[in-house]
Write a protein that binds this ligand. Sequence first.
Ligand SMILES: NC(=O)c1ccc[n+]([C@@H]2O[C@H](COP(=O)([O-])OP(=O)(O)OC[C@H]3O[C@@H](n4cnc5c(N)ncnc54)[C@H](OP(=O)(O)O)[C@@H]3O)[C@@H](O)[C@H]2O)c1
Ligand SMILES: [Zn+2]
Length: 345
Amino acid sequence: MKAVRLHAYGGIDNLHYEETDDPQLKSSHDAIVRLKAASVNHHDVSVRRGIGPAAAHLPHILGSDGAGTIAEIGAEVSNVSPGDAVCLYPASSCRRCEFCNAQREHLCSQRRLLGERESGTYAEYVSVSASNCYPIPQGLSFEEAAAFPLVYTTAWRMLINDAQLKPGESVLILGIGGGIATAAFQIAASIGAHIIVTSSSEDKLAMANKLGAEHGINYQTADVAKEVRNLTDKRGVDVVVDCVGGDGWVKSFAALAKGGRLVTCGATAGASPQTDLRRVFWNHLRVFGSMVGTREEFRQVLDFMAVACTKPILDQIFSLKDTASAHQRMEAGQQFGKMVLSMDG
Ligand SMILES: NC(=O)c1ccc[n+]([C@@H]2O[C@H](COP(=O)([O-])OP(=O)(O)OC[C@H]3O[C@@H](n4cnc5c(N)ncnc54)[C@H](OP(=O)(O)O)[C@@H]3O)[C@@H](O)[C@H]2O)c1
Ligand SMILES: [Zn+2]
């Protein structure tokens, strides 16, 4: 099969589009998926750079998100059949420990994303546990079905189950160009929250405005916390989605209203930012950290996509052989929404 394989940790030039062996079923519970599309996540860039979990071996196939059709199933698989169109739940866990048994598999010490240790979705075929294969929500193309799983399941967990964002509450979403940010935006908009976004790009602020953001703040030219205070009559917002960290982290706390909630799942701009702890306890703030969502949360997302007829925001579709260009675009922070890799192109 054709795949994009990482030959050494580091720069984009270590990604090679090449011929490699087709994957084999590893157990009677597995399925081989013939992928039609995969999507690029910032996490792939981190794994490529050697930040985070190491692959079982190099060359390695990155990619946590994918959609396609079932090509082959193991003897004990009953939830899918060859030919079924599926999208993939991107995480796995041991399924035996106290957390897995209590449907709290996000706390499992063996928790992994597809494409971290095992081969991922930047390929024409991938071998996964059949239990990670789910029917594609009605109305979504393969490209859309590959774009939403990781970012939506993470954003859903953060906003709905952790922060419990309610209709009429206000939310500040940092760096609206990102995949997590656009997913959070669509979820927050669908439940009727007031949305303020930040971006480094006036064009992206304008796009978010068209989609229903009430205010946009350019974080490169304005003091985000000060602007939020101005826009909310000094009150602050109920929820901040901050997957960026770095120097802006302290501003995220300063932008929260009393009793506000901050959700985080990433540290794109730095993992050791400052926090004024007094602000946290003075204002009864809560902070939620998240790593993807559970299978139950993924199921909730699938229902949400189908019932709300929501489609993820796609930035660009690249052909698999142009994966390096997609990584380049992500590193330059040029995207608005998700970049997808098509196996057909
Ligand atoms: N824990 C998990 O389960 C999980 C799951 C998915 C992602 N993540 C993490 O979450 C983060 C976002 O992932 P993603 O896939 O959405 O990434 P992405 O698509 O690459 O997001 C990039 C966006 O981040 C924004 N950004 C960068 N620096 C910023 C800064 N200093 N201040 C404000 N915004 C800034 C930019 O927005 P503008 O272009 O609008 O300026 C940029 O477009 C990554 O760190 C990723 O590893 C974690
Ligand atoms: Zn476990």
